[in-house]
Design a protein around this ligand. Structure first.
Ligand code: AMP
Length: 113
């Protein structure tokens, strides 16, 4: 755990969050400032700064499958959803702990801004 990391502190229960589900590898919780009717974040329990630092292929697969599970939990499989991993400054990554956004519940525009 990185002590100053916001999402490590959420994983550790130090900062409250609205959990969607938790496995032995990942935590899914609601984004505090949702940009869509459904906005869930999926994070590995273990700290990695971003997708660029993630070398564990098994964990990468689990993260992606957990994003699908979050979509399933939120009844998005039929209507569709978007999975976004903002990585680095130009992508607007604001929290340095890898996280997948799962967005849905409305028609999403493309391309993103
Ligand atoms: P990003 O900009 O891709 O790094 O995404 C970080 C996300 O974390 C943003 O959508 C924020 O709204 C969200 N966020 C920040 N703090 C919290 C928090 N305490 N609980 C839940 N989501 C948060």
């Amino acid at each position: 755990m990185a002590e100053s990391c916001l999402f490590c502190r959420i994983v550790g229960g130090e900062i409250p969050a609205e959990e969607v589900f938790r496995t032995e590898d990942v935590l899914a919780f609601r984004d505090i400032s949702p940009v869509a009717p459904v906005h869930v974040l999926v994070v590995p329990l273990v700290h990695h700064d971003s997708l660029s630092q993630l070398e564990d292929a098994e964990l990468a697969g689990k993260l992606l499958l957990a994003a699908v599970e979050a979509a399933r939990c939120e009844n998005l499989l039929e209507t569709g959803y978007r999975v976004v991993l903002n990585t680095g400054r130009d992508a607007g990554q604001s929290v340095g702990h890898i996280h997948a956004h799962v967005l849905g519940g409305r028609a999403l525009e493309w391309p993103p801004g």
